[in-house]
Design a protein around this ligand. Structure first.
Ligand code: NAD
Length: 247
């Protein structure tokens, strides 16, 4: 018995990093999983490795039209979608607010924030018809507190927005048995983090009470819990996973 037996999930940004880890864990726990990402080559390879219960769809999360196509293809392949993990995200440039290019600002907001709106708008009607569902929006500790070294204003703003949208949608659709939660990771060993720091994490582990970064799979345990019926009475909440960083 898997914790996600009978569930159909969409996970965005699943071609590497945490999204990939969540997809692997979800399939292992019995879900049928649609992995989406811009990176077609890696996404296809991961889905092939995962077998018949995984499907990759090339998808730009900033496109509402592509969201509709993803839902249609997902439901054709596996049936009604009842789990959505809005994971895709970008850091954007490491830049001060007064130096921040407007187009770069808008791009970070589109990938990190607007995509989560499009995803929820697209998938909620299916969840309503199915009698419920679970949405997990990936935010960050940067969406909880102000962190020295946060990349830029748009990253922080979009991650706070993810947390706020989560609460709004959780209150609106709770009566339809749709649960919505946000996850706020600290420092996680992924390609995004590798690009932002040097080999030892730029000394950042010294700031973390547990004195280490997290493996993506440790975050998957939390996302799995929030997607599964084990968390059946948990909604509208922020779930921090940061080794004590923001304690
Ligand atoms: P990552 O860069 O390793 O992976 C992100 C994936 O998203 C990539 O495969 C990329 O191709 C995809 N992506 C980017 N733009 C996209 C778009 N427009 N459409 C579809 N896919 C797109 O990142 P990660 O570290 O695994 O981060 C996953 C999530 O966790 C992000 O939302 C990130 O902001 C958040 N987060 C990461 C950390 C960390 O320490 N790594 C900490 C806090 C929050």
């Amino acid at each position: 018995m898997g914790k996600l037996d009978g569930k159909v999930a969409i996970i965005t940004g699943a071609a590497q990093g945490m999204g990939e880890a969540h997809a692997r864990r979800f399939v292992a726990e019995g879900a049928k999983v649609v992995l989406t990402d811009l990176n077609e080559e890696r996404g296809q390879a991961i889905a092939k490795e995962l077998g018949d219960n995984a499907l990759f769809i090339r998808h730009d999360v900033t496109s509402p039209a592509e969201w509709k196509q993803v839902l249609q293809q997902a439901e054709q392949a596996f049936g009604t979608v009842t789990v959505l993990v809005n994971n895709a995200g970008i850091l954007g440039p490491l830049v001060e607010t007064t130096e921040f290019d407007e187009d770069e600002y808008l791009k970070v907001c589109a990938v990190n924030q607007h995509s989560q709106f499009y995803g929820m708008k697209t998938v909620i009607p299916s969840m309503q018809k199915a009698g419920g569902g679970a949405i997990v929006n990936i935010s960050s500790t940067a969406g909880m507190v102000s962190i020295v070294g946060a990349p830029n204003l748009a990253y922080v703003g979009s991650k706070f927005a993810s947390r706020g949208m989560t609460k709004h949608v959780a209150v609106q659709y709770g009566p339809d048995n749709i649960r919505v939660n946000s996850v706020h990771p600290g420092y996680i060993k992924t390609p995004m983090m590798a690009a932002a720091t040097d080999a030892d994490g730029g000394g950042i582990t010294a700031q973390v009470p547990l004195r280490r970064m997290s493996d993506p799979d440790e975050v998957s345990s939390l996302v799995l819990f929030l997607a599964s019926d084990d968390s059946s009475y948990i909604s509208g909440m922020e779930h921090v996973i940061d080794g004590g960083l923001t304690a």
